[in-house]
Design a protein around this ligand. Structure first.
Ligand SMILES: Cc1cc2nc3c(=O)[nH]c(=O)nc-3n(C[C@H](O)[C@H](O)[C@H](O)COP(=O)(O)OP(=O)(O)OC[C@H]3O[C@@H](n4cnc5c(N)ncnc54)[C@H](O)[C@@H]3O)c2cc1C
Length: 376
């Protein structure tokens, strides 16, 4: 059996390693970071990700170290409901819960479950070259490595993707996002809720990742007048006082700030014996909370195809057939939701809020059911 080389030890790369390792493959990972940092943010793992982790046998460990999300709510800035999705029926239907978890905790669980997979840290790849069934990997430290099969899970700016496809395009959503972990004590009723508070050109989301910790994110439209050092308390001073309490109880030095980009859906996810998984293949904006979840789906689907198919190219082709439509649908839908959520024309906002209130829940439920269902 051939050895499989993974580039990037993020959620996508590690989940792929776990899945391949469990299927008996020898796996190695090259990661650019010198150490795994305790990133100050959380992540919501929707039902589709949790089904994958159940199949990989790490569901209970994740449940033990996270907080269960029972509902997803869009609200006004004063916390009034616009729409609400009850996750309990999905929990029953798919036999898994939705959770929110600290990213570092998830990362640690994944690393603990990669079996005998070797991780080489501080190995940033510069480029790859395919020749006669092999792949030469060139690292920034000047060293090289020859691999038989390469899986690029090196994120949205993927060097692996750039080595095999030269015409892919990143799209700028023109939004800035701050993320943090707060120790605030807020009304108990919010414990199982993922809330997003929408207003004019900005929104604020929060969800508990444990009994005492809240993961929050804040997005605004990027304008020349706004810089990343802006005072968030001031920016959200017109919001419900809960939001200011959450921001106030966050260690400021741990707040992350990013611009929001995605990858315009690409036609092909593989070339010969190199294949992409996660953000390198299908990076999306965070508006549906599905970026990592899609990476997790892709990881398991890819491992099944590699195990089942008679050649690596057939496996990559089948994997792409299984996954591409859904992942691209998420990218495009999330892009549109981002525009709707960040509207800054007050008349259109009033119309949007009205539409959200009257939209039959059956429609949203059916859309979510489709999203949560695995097709492999
Ligand atoms: C603000 C925000 C909020 C989000 N919230 C959610 C959410 O609630 N739910 C959800 O499902 N998703 C969410 N996402 C998306 C999610 O973070 C990504 O989709 C997910 O992390 C992708 O995982 P990945 O492993 O493919 O890539 P990454 O997490 O980017 O990992 C790539 C890895 O490769 C390494 N690497 C990069 N370049 C190289 C190189 N040249 N050589 C070697 N190694 C390299 C990196 O160091 C990293 O470890 C959010 C994203 C953002 C920006």
């Amino acid at each position: 059996m051939k050895k499989i080389t993974i580039i990037g030890a993020g959620i996508g790369g590690l989940t792929t390693a776990i899945a391949l390792n469990q299927k008996g493959f020898e796996v190695e990972i090259f990661e650019s970071a010198a150490e795994f940092k305790k990133a100050g943010s959380g992540i919501n793992l929707a039902t589709n990700a949790m089904q994958v982790y159940k199949r990989l046998g790490i569901y209970n460990e994740i449940i033990k170290n996270s907080n269960v999300t029972n509902s997803m709510n869009a609200r006004t800035k004063s916390l009034k409901f616009l729409t609400s999705i009850n996750l309990k029926p999905f929990e029953k239907e798919f036999e898994v819960k939705t959770v929110a978890i600290h990213r570092a905790t998830l990362h640690k669980i994944l690393v603990q479950n990669i079996g005998d997979t070797k991780i080489y840290l501080n190995k940033k790849i510069k480029s790859l070259k395919q020749s006669s069934g092999k792949v030469d990997i060139f690292f920034e430290d000047g060293t090289t490595h020859t691999a038989e099969i390469v899986i690029g899970s090196d994120g949205i700016h993927s060097a692996v993707r750039k080595s095999i496809f030269n015409k892919t395009k990143l799209r700028d959503a023109k939004q800035i996002c701050w993320r943090g972990i707060s120790n605030a004590k807020i009304n108990e009723k919010h414990k199982g809720e993922l809330n997003e508070l929408w207003s004019k050109g900005k929104r604020f989301g929060f969800v508990h990742i444990s009994m005492n910790q809240i993961y929050w994110f804040a997005l605004i439209n990027r304008k020349k007048s706004i810089n990343k050092d802006i005072n968030l308390q001031e920016l959200f001073s017109d919001y419900h006082p809960t939001i200011n309490t959450i921001i106030d109880e966050t260690p400021k030095e741990q707040i992350l700030c990013n611009e929001i980009w995605d990858l315009k859906p690409i036609d092909k996810w593989y070339h010969k014996n190199i294949c992409l998984v996660g953000d390198s293949a299908h990076a999306t904006t965070p508006n549906m909370g599905q970026g990592a979840v899609q990476a997790i789906e892709s990881a398991l689907a890819l491992s099944i195809c590699i195990k089942d198919e008679s050649s690596i190219e057939k496996a990559f082709n089948k994997y792409q057939k299984i996954r591409k439509e859904k992942a691209n649908h998420v990218t495009e839908t999330s892009w549109r939701i981002g525009k709707i959520a960040q509207l800054d024309n007050i008349i259109i906002i009033v119309l949007r809020n009205f539409m959200m209130k009257v939209l039959p829940t059956k429609i949203t439920e059916n859309q979510n059911r489709k999203l949560y269902k695995l097709n492999f």
